[in-house]
Design a protein around this ligand. Structure first.
Ligand SMILES: C[S@@+](CC[C@H](N)C(=O)[O-])C[C@H]1O[C@@H](n2cnc3c(N)ncnc32)[C@H](O)[C@@H]1O
Length: 175
């Protein structure tokens, strides 16, 4: 991966349509999407477990003169960390799948807030062998099923232009 990876295309495409304000990046990694949102005026909170990734993000933020709040958390330890309820205008999650966290991610949105979620589809495991574990991929229609109580603005399953099988959604919490 290059030192300054590009933000996710889905996020770039939907940026003009997103409600401005507070954004949560779940499992932000080195922060390619969190930094992109911060550079467009969002007040960003990023959650991440890996110290090295956090340091890279902090350093990039400093170089770019951007501010974001980074919380080092283990999202699997649900007993010690809970995402705030009705606190965010947008929630994003790219290439991280923890099924029991999805209800918290939905609750974290304010009414009218928008979630963008994209990660591997089961075909990526079955046909490419990566991710190695099936549970890290969405089954067919699974991502969609999780958001049927939201207004679905965009949904896609299948190969992208690079041949990666993925599922992606943009969905709005009802007002
Ligand atoms: C494939 S990366 C995706 C990073 C980022 N969302 C992106 O699209 O560039 C997955 C990230 O999830 C983080 N992660 C994995 N398990 C985690 C956990 N239990 N709590 C917090 N972060 C975790 C990893 O450290 C890694 O940075």
């Amino acid at each position: 991966m290059s030192p300054h990876p590009e933000p996710a295309q889905l996020l770039v495409d939907y940026l003009p349509l997103l409600p401005k304000g507070k954004a949560l990046d779940v499992a932000m990694g080195k922060g390619r999407n969190a930094l992109f949102l911060a550079s467009h005026g969002f007040e960003v909170v990023g959650l991440e477990r890996d110290e090295e990734a956090i340091e890279i993000c902090r350093s990039d933020a400093e170089k770019q003169g951007l501010h974001l709040e980074i919380r080092r958390v283990d999202l699997e330890d649900l007993a010690s960390y809970r995402i705030e309820v009705s606190a965010y205008d947008i929630v994003i999650c790219f290439y991280y799948l923890q099924r029991n966290l999805i209800p918290q991610m939905k609750e974290a949105l304010k009414q009218g807030g928008v979630i963008l979620y994209e990660t591997f589809l089961i075909d990526q495991h079955l046909k490419a062998g990566h991710p190695r574990h099936r549970e890290y991929c969405f089954e067919y229609n699974e991502l969609l099923q999780n958001f049927l109580d939201f207004r679905v603005l965009f949904y896609h399953e299948g190969q992208d232009t690079k041949g990666t099988y993925k599922a992606g959604i943009v969905a709005q919490k009802p007002v």
